[in-house]
Design a protein around this ligand. Structure first.
Ligand SMILES: Nc1nc2c(c(=O)[nH]1)N[C@H]1C(S)=C(S)[C@@H](COP(=O)(O)OP(=O)(O)OC[C@H]3O[C@@H](n4cnc5c(=O)[nH]c(N)nc54)[C@H](O)[C@@H]3O)O[C@H]1N2
Ligand SMILES: Nc1nc2c(c(=O)[nH]1)N[C@H]1C(S)=C(S)[C@@H](COP(=O)(O)OP(=O)(O)OC[C@H]3O[C@@H](n4cnc5c(=O)[nH]c(N)nc54)[C@H](O)[C@@H]3O)O[C@H]1N2
Ligand SMILES: [Mo]
Length: 762
């Protein structure tokens, strides 16, 4: 492993450990948590308890005494804050003033308590009744062309709410259902599906108990799915080898002290996580993995010559794959010079990693945003699958592909119909259940919705959670176009930037969080979600809601739908609101294979598995087999190197959840007190004629020539490959061109943005 240069900022303690406990208590102090909050935490991620609102990592059948991590606790405490964002607050501040606040300060105001309408004359939010809000929104939608409306969903809403959200869109007449997944693992939904026929990972938790090697690409476990560190630690103890490719030396992938283990906490004992760690160039993974494949193929040739024994799983390749010969030919032809240059990794290192692959019976490939958020992100997934296919590491125990999803129900939303693609909609079932013709025209995904808003063809935006305007690329153009829309509606728990840019008619509707009791006509309601491993879990909470005026997301969706659509005997919004189990019955009727006996299985320990064809070696691809694929280029960035041009990685700190900034301590990277940093290595700082601590700006270097700029960044030495710089998401989003996205899925390519440094900015 490359050493951190002495004077770069870095953190040399393990992830987890006392630092994570301090992280939780700091946030508990800051949020001013109310009594009983810690009790709620104790029930987090346990069967019969409530499911964490943070990441989508799976929840085990036999949970730890505290089955939550530093960041899950932060997310829960963030929701359980005692602070309130009330009508009085809005009376005191104009929206123009609030626009000057930091994201952190907006959310620190606390939980939204009342439905609010934006009043243009006073430039303030004013209280509205729920009836007025639903009626006005319904009236507006009724006169619009349904195809000009967009219904966005952030990946937190339950399966029940998501199903009704998608149903509402289709009954109204469109498939414009972008969701946060479009900025995230859409590359998986499209790219993985293309090559193995499954839009989701094939692994379950038990596979991590049986694998011999794990190859990690661009996923930051320590910050973004810390509970995953437990199975990793256990795997290491069994002797499993871990190889990591990441331009950043992420602490969680280097070493871990288990905060659940008193002995480890007292003695400071830590587990080394990665055996090999390579600081691949951003966008260099296609080349790196191709290098691994090249060495595996070379070893096959020599082993066969010497021992007449195959290293490859030739039976599997023969029976289950397509395109092997052409791929092997290409891998043999390509020169090591090109691979080394594009990946930034030496041949000997790649060969050592490939040896680990060859010596392991069962291998799992894990990846995250470092793979999906590139112009050739889908192709990178294809290359990773090539590697796994060589030794049949798909569709058997202990092996497979494991994309680590983001939001806690982002995968589930797709499962129950949130998609812009009509071919993924169970049209027949919907027709039968609700007696209507679902729209068949393709809808808009996130990038297309943005294009529509800029072009003026989108007239209404309804957001089920999230912070759309902060999460998307091309911020300036988008904010300017946004205000021209006729109707904007945001369903949310806390105030954020997206609530301050408003259409002509605008509502902010406050909802219950998952950690709060959802009381309806038939009693307290259960909601469900699907984790990263396709397991479905129920969640229930008994906590008193933040305000008596809050409504559940499901109730809000039904409230708007009822005022928008004509009454229909089969569409029974009131009954569904009264008893969510009825919505689960509808989900089961729509997707009978995945959701058989849904209501009976809601609290299955560890969740119930909805199955995966690729895991059974059934390949729902065009060729009917798992496909070996060839990349069109070895650089996944979608742009070439040029003098003065850098590849910008937009990063998440350990102290944020997407656009929610919990604080200014990126503890695991040693960056404290600020997010306005530009990270680059010493050589690059010197080469650019800069000095540490200098304030600079970044400007876009996209081909389109549009001026995009973010200033006020402090040059900070940090261990990164040459030719690249790092800075935080979402602050850097104004620099990303809307057209800069994965070719296949349109996921914005936020991990390699072409930029230049403007040194004279003050
Ligand atoms: N605490 C916390 N938890 C979260 C979130 C959060 O913001 N905070 N967000 C949630 C969501 S919605 C999501 S999608 C996930 C995101 O979780 P991750 O998938 O881990 O996303 P990131 O942290 O954006 O980036 C992942 C890693 O990719 C690396 N990387 C960047 N470019 C490259 C590259 O070209 N190649 C390789 N190999 N690596 C690269 C980065 O250094 C980083 O370590 O986490 C979820 N969980
Ligand atoms: N440059 C760059 N851009 C990125 C990324 C990146 O790595 N780099 N990552 C992308 C990814 S992976 C994602 S997923 C998106 C995130 O995009 P979003 O999902 O749109 O954004 P979040 O920040 O998760 O949304 C936070 C807001 O959600 C609301 N909220 C929280 N809990 C609830 C709830 O229970 N119900 C409701 N209705 N609202 C709630 C709160 O008001 C809070 O302010 O950003 C993407 N953008
Ligand atoms: Mo995400």
């Amino acid at each position: 492993m490359r050493d951190d240069a002495e004077d770069t900022v870095h953190y040399d303690k393990p992830s987890g450990g006392w630092g994570s406990v301090r992280g939780i208590s700091l946030i508990a102090g800051k949020e001013g948590i109310s009594p009983g909050a810690l009790d709620t935490l104790r029930r987090q991620n346990k069967p019969g308890g409530f499911m964490c609102v943070s990441c989508a990592w799976t929840k085990p059948a036999s949970p730890h005494p505290f089955e939550f991590c530093e960041n899950g606790a932060k997310a829960t405490l963030w929701e359980l804050t005692s602070r309130r964002c009330t009508p009085e607050f809005f009376a005191e501040h104009t929206v123009s003033e609030l626009k000057t606040w930091r994201d952190y300060d907006l959310e620190q105001v606390g939980r939204l308590t009342h439905p609010m309408r934006y009043d243009h004359a006073s430039d303030k939010y004013v209280p509205a009744s729920w009836d007025e809000a639903f009626q006005t929104i319904g009236n507006e939608l009724r006169v619009l062309d349904p195809k000009s409306a967009v219904f966005y969903a952030s990946g937190r809403a339950s399966l029940e709410t998501s199903y009704l959200w998608a149903l509402f869109a289709r009954l109204y007449g469109h498939n414009n259902l972008p969701d946060s997944s479009n900025m995230c693992h859409e590359t998986t939904s499209v790219g993985l599906k293309k090559v193995i026929g499954s839009p989701v990972g094939t692994c379950v938790l038990e596979d991590f108990e049986k694998c011999d090697a794990i190859f990690f690409f661009g996923q930051n476990t320590g910050s973004n799915s810390p509970r995953f560190l437990h199975p990793l630690q256990e795997a290491k103890r069994r002797g499993c080898r871990i190889v990591t490719f990441n331009p950043v030396q992420e602490r969680g992938l280097i070493a871990f002290t288990n905060p659940q283990s008193p002995i480890e906490m007292v003695t400071g004992k830590q587990t080394e996580i990665s055996d090999l760690y390579f600081q691949v160039r951003p966008g260099g993974d296609i080349a790196a993995i191709l290098g691994l494949c090249k060495h595996v193929l070379a070893r096959e040739t020599s082993q066969w010559e010497q021992e007449q024994r195959h290293l490859l799983d030739v039976d599997f390749i023969e029976q289950h794959t397509h395109g092997f010969a052409a791929f092997a030919e290409m891998a043999k032809e390509i020169s090591w010079d090109v691979i080394e240059h594009e990946s930034g990794i030496a041949r000997a290192d790649l060969e050592a990693a490939a040896d680990i692959y060859c010596n392991a019976k069962n291998v799992i490939g894990v990846y995250g945003m470092g793979v999906t958020q590139h112009v050739l992100g889908s192709q990178t997934i294809g290359m990773l699958i090539n590697l796994l296919l060589l030794r049949g590491n798909l569709g058997r125990e202990g092996a497979g592909i494991s994309p680590v999803r983001g939001h806690s129900n982002v995968q589930g939303q797709r499962t129950v119909g949130i998609t812009e693609k009509p071919e993924l909609v169970p049209i027949k079932a919907l027709k039968k259940l609700f007696d209507f013709d679902p729209p068949t025209q393709k809808g808009m995904n996130t990038v297309e919705a943005c294009e529509g808003i800029i072009a003026g063809t989108v007239q209404a935006f309804l957001g089920l959670g999230g912070n759309f305007l902060r999460a998307i690329p091309e911020r300036e153009k988008m904010e300017a176009a946004w205000v021209k829309m006729r109707l904007t509606v945001q369903i949310a728990t806390k105030l954020n930037r997206s609530h301050l840019i408003n259409g002509q008619v605008a509502y902010l509707l406050p909802c219950l969080g998952r950690s709060e009791e959802d009381m309806q006509a038939t009693g307290a309601q259960i909601v469900t979600m699907e984790d990263s491993m396709s397991c479905i879990h129920g969640s229930i909470s008994r906590r008193t809601p933040a305000s008596e005026h809050l409504r559940s997301e499901l109730e809000i969706v039904a409230g708007i739908a009822k005022k928008t659509l004509a009454a229909h005997p089969k569409v029974r919004w009131d009954d569904w609101v009264g008893e969510y189990a009825q919505v689960r019955d509808l989900i089961e009727a729509t997707y009978p294979e995945e959701f058989a006996d849904f209501n009976a299985r809601v609290f299955t320990p560890g969740g119930f598995y909805r199955g995966n064809a690729a895991r059974e070696r059934i390949w729902k691809t065009e060729s009917g087999k798992a496909d070996f694929t060839m990349p069109t280029a070895l650089n996944a960035c979608g742009f070439d190197d040029a003098p003065g041009r850098y590849r910008l990685i937009t990063m998440r700190s350990n102290d944020q959840f997407n656009t929610t900034i919990y604080g200014y301590s990126d503890r695991l990277r040693g960056i404290e007190g600020t997010r306005d940093v530009l990270l680059m290595n010493h050589d690059e700082i010197a080469k650019a004629g800069l000095s540490e601590g200098q304030i600079v700006a970044l400007v876009s270097d996209a081909e389109d020539g549009v001026h995009r700029e973010v200033g006020g960044l402090t040059v900070t030495p940090f261990s990164l490959p040459n030719g690249c710089v790092g800075a935080y998401y979402p602050e850097m989003n104004p620099l990303i061109a809307l057209s800069h996205h994965d070719q296949l899925s349109k996921t914005p390519a936020a991990k390699s943005v072409p930029v230049r440094i403007k040194a004279d900015a003050r």
